[in-house]
Structures are given as structure tokens and as C-alpha cells.
Design a binder for this molecule. Structure first.
Ligand code: ADP
Length: 424
């Protein structure tokens, strides 16, 4: 017949493991484990020692309440203690008569004026790796520890080790997460401050260089051209940083006006034809003859998205290649595609290229300029209009970047809201 007290013990262990897995505070978790260890093995006391990597010692992390003041945080050496033996051998130990046993580390008993008469200890294991030891001391009524006591303590130790490891991992994850958030805030602050503070001196450089160019005329025109061109490039970079900073802070506002996407695409020829010819790349534009593809939105922001895509296509396509831009209607949306026969993007990078500051090649070794902001800006601008942007690309074959803008944005934003609520 099954022993009723054994059943009760097992029920208690199941109940406790449920409790252990839902406790996220390490100190409370350890305290709950020692209390239960005492109760189940009918001992006067119990303790948990966890291995401290920094000191290479085992440290008391949980003890019965009345001893807390005296031994919590005390360390015991691995080589001259019972706990050390259990930990290093990853095996349990039972001492029925511990009073005179030389393996006991007496310092602790002395400091708390306690007498260890009997002891049962088992390792706390994560797989094959010990993380500490759980000990029960002084079996009540001066009786002996039994095989059942050992089995119960081992079962409890198995559950406890997992719970301890989970809490530690959770803590590590939370720490890493808050560090990431802190760094992200620092990065955002830096972008906001840098873009703001660089604007004024740069404006002065540009203004004065232009003035000097008019004043001096031909003589030093070449040098002044270099100054103005470089300052203009710097201005573009600072503007990109300001756009990103505004977007991150939710400060971007969308101005609504009706404009034609067809016209915007046609305008690319004036902007980029020279650069394309200089590079030996063919630029083809494809928009419907009799349809302006009108849209209500922020013309400047959509222009920024489109030009970033076209500039990338021209940058990453070598001589002899082609870049095509097409705009068309697509079921309540206007779809704009920028296709090139350039170097392409490896499949595993497709997700990340829209992240801020992300570049496929290392920033230090790459041939092309840029800060890894162009695509994140394009994405932000399209999403401000409740649109979508994506990329299809094959390495060495070329890339296709597409964005879709809703013609009726009211409808699209309502749909986006419903979608978001459904996701939550
Ligand atoms: P950057 O201004 O540094 O080019 P982007 O955000 O515009 O930054 O682009 C991120 C990265 O995506 C680029 O560094 C490049 O590696 C890759 N990329 C973007 N567009 C293309 C393209 N058309 N062909 C190949 N790679 C591209």
C-alpha cells in the first residue's frame, strides 16, 4: 500500500514547484526553498549556498530566519567544508553523526553558537553543472535522516535549481534590456543635440564660403567649390539626423496637400540624369501618360523617401547597369518601385537594412559614403502616411525597393488602427 505521508510529501512538492516557478524575487525564492526543505525533511534548519564565481567560494544565501543576521552572506571554502565536497563532487552527503566529523567547517557553527548534529546535503544542479548546495541540518527528535529524506531533498533541489536559474536569467535579461534602453536614449540624445548644434556653425561656413566665392571670383574658385560641396554634404547628413531625431520623438508632422506622384517621378530625371550618365548607368522612368497619380500627403517627405531609394540604387549599381523607377495604381494604393541591376543585398540582411545606422558592409571598410540612415528615413516617411515599404533583392543580381501609399489615407489609417487593436 502506498504510504500516505509520502503522498502528502509529493503533493507538497508539486504545490511548491508551482509556487517556485512563479516567484521572480531571488531572496524570497531562496527563503521559500529553505523553509520547505526544513518542513519536508523534518529538520531544525536548512540553508542554501550558491557558488560565487568572483571569490570561488560557496556563500550562504538563505538560512532560517533566526540565523539570518549572523550567517547570511558568509562564505565557506570549497576544499574544507561539507558543502564544498557536495558541490565539487556533484553528489549528496548524509552525516548521521556530525558532532565530531572533521569534514564540517566549524567556523560557521562557532560564529552562530550552533551545534550541527546531523546533516543532509545535495547539490543544486543545472544539467551537469552545479550552481550551489542545499543542506538540511539536525533531524528533529534526534532521529536519523532516511533514504526518503534524501529522495525528497533531491527532488526539491531539482525544482529549486531550475527556479533559481530562471530568476537569474530573467534578472540578466532585465539588466541587459535596461542597459540597451539607456544606450538607446543616449544615442537619441546625441543625435538630437549634434544635429541641432552643428546647424548654426555650418550655416555660417556655407554663407561665408558663398560670399567669398562671389567676392574672389575665378582665382580660388576650385578650392571654394570644394568647401561649399563638402559643407552641402555635411548639411544633408545633419538634416538626415534631424529627421530621424524628430521621428523618434514623435515630432514629425505630416502636411496635407494634393500632389502628383507622376510629376515627382518625372522630376527625378532632372535631378539624377547627369549623375547617372557620369556613372554610365541607364536611368528609366515609367509613369502613366494620362494619370497624375494624385495623393494627399506631405510632398517633401515622400520626395525624401523616393530620392533616398533612387540615390541608393545609383550608388550600388556599377557602370553598364540600369536603374528604373515606376509608379502605378494598385488597388486603392499608389505603388512606387525602384529597381536596379546593382550589387544586391544578401537575404539575411533584408530585415535589418531599414534599421537606423545599419549598413550591410562594415562602415570602416565600405567604398560608399553614407551613415545608414537613408532607408530608415524612407521607411519612417512612408509609415507616417500609413504606407508600407519593403525590399526584394538577390546578391549580385540587383534590388527592388517598393513603397505603397494609400490614396484614401483616412480609410487606410482606420484599417491600420483596427489591425493594431487586433494585434494587441
Ligand atoms: P546608406 O546611406 O549608408 O547607404 P541606407 O539606410 O540608405 O544607408 O542603406 C542601408 C544599407 O542597405 C546600405 O549601406 C547598403 O548596404 C544597403 N542598400 C541600400 N540600398 C541598396 C541597393 N539599392 N542595392 C544594394 N544595397 C543597398
Amino acid at each position: 500500500m502506498t504510504n500516505p505521508s509520502k503522498i502528502r510529501q509529493l503533493e507538497r512538492i508539486v504545490e511548491i514547484s508551482r509556487h517556485l516557478s512563479s516567484t521572480h524575487d531571488l531572496a524570497r525564492l531562496l527563503q521559500a526553498i529553505v523553509d520547505v526543505a526544513c518542513e519536508l525533511t523534518k529538520s531544525e534548519g536548512a540553508s542554501i549556498l550558491l557558488y560565487d564565481h568572483a571569490s570561488g567560494e560557496l556563500r550562504f544565501e538563505a538560512v532560517p530566519g533566526f540565523q539570518e543576521q549572523n550567517i547570511k552572506g558568509v562564505s565557506v571554502p570549497l576544499e574544507s567544508s561539507v558543502a564544498g565536497w557536495i558541490f565539487t563532487h556533484a553528489r549528496p552527503m548524509v552525516l548521521q553523526d556530525a558532532k565530531a566529523d572533521p569534514r564540517i567547517y566549524r567556523e560557521v557553527d562557532r560564529s552562530i553558537e550552533f551545534q550541527t548534529n546531523s546533516l543532509l546535503g545535495v547539490p543544486l544542479m543545472i544539467g551537469q553543472r552545479p550552481i550551489g548546495v542545499i543542506e538540511a541540518v539536525n533531524k528533529q527528535n534526534k532521529s536519523q535522516y532516511t533514504d526518503d529524506d534524501l529522495a525528497v531533498l533531491e527532488t526539491l533541489a531539482g525544482q529549486a535549481a531550475i527556479a533559481i536559474e530562471n530568476v537569474r536569467l530573467l534578472k540578466k535579461l532585465q539588466d541587459a534590456n535596461s542597459e540597451l534602453l539607456r544606450l538607446d536614449r543616449m544615442k537619441s540624445d546625441f543625435i538630437a543635440i549634434a544635429s541641432h548644434e552643428l546647424r548654426t556653425p555650418l550655416g555660417l561656413i556655407l554663407g561665408h564660403a558663398t560670399f567669398l566665392q562671389e567676392l574672389i571670383g575665378e582665382e580660388h574658385n576650385e578650392q571654394l567649390e570644394v568647401i561649399i560641396r563638402s559643407a552641402m554634404r555635411l548639411k544633408e547628413i545633419i538634416e538626415d539626423m534631424a529627421v530621424i531625431s524628430h521621428d523618434a520623438e514623435g515630432k514629425s508632422r505630416v502636411r496635407r496637400e494634393e500632389f502628383s506622384i507622376s510629376e515627382m517621378v518625372r522630376g527625378l530625371s532632372e535631378k539624377y540624369e547627369k549623375a547617372a550618365i557620369k556613372k554610365g548607368v541607364e536611368l528609366q522612368l515609367d509613369v502613366p501618360e494620362n494619370d497624375g497619380l494624385s495623393i494627399f500627403g506631405d510632398k517633401e517627405k515622400i520626395d525624401l523617401a523616393l530620392t533616398n531609394l533612387v540615390e541608393n540604387a545609383l550608388t550600388f549599381t556599377d557602370e553598364g547597369g540600369q536603374v528604373g523607377v515606376k509608379a502605378e495604381k494598385d488597388d486603392g494604393y499608389i505603388k512606387v518601385s525602384v529597381v536596379d541591376t546593382g550589387i544586391g543585398i544578401p537575404a539575411e540582411e533584408h530585415e535589418r537594412i531599414f534599421d537606423r545606422f545599419y549598413q550591410v558592409e562594415s562602415h570602416l571598410t565600405r567604398k560608399h559614403g553614407g551613415m545608414g540612415l537613408g532607408l530608415s528615413i524612407a521607411k519612417a516617411m512612408v509609415e507616417l502616411h500609413n504606407g508600407q515599404i519593403w525590399c526584394e533583392s538577390k546578391e549580385d543580381m540587383g534590388s527592388l525597393f517598393c513603397f505603397m501609399l494609400p490614396v484614401d489615407e483616412e480609410k487606410a489609417s482606420a484599417a491600420a488602427r483596427i489591425f493594431k487593436t487586433a494585434e494587441q
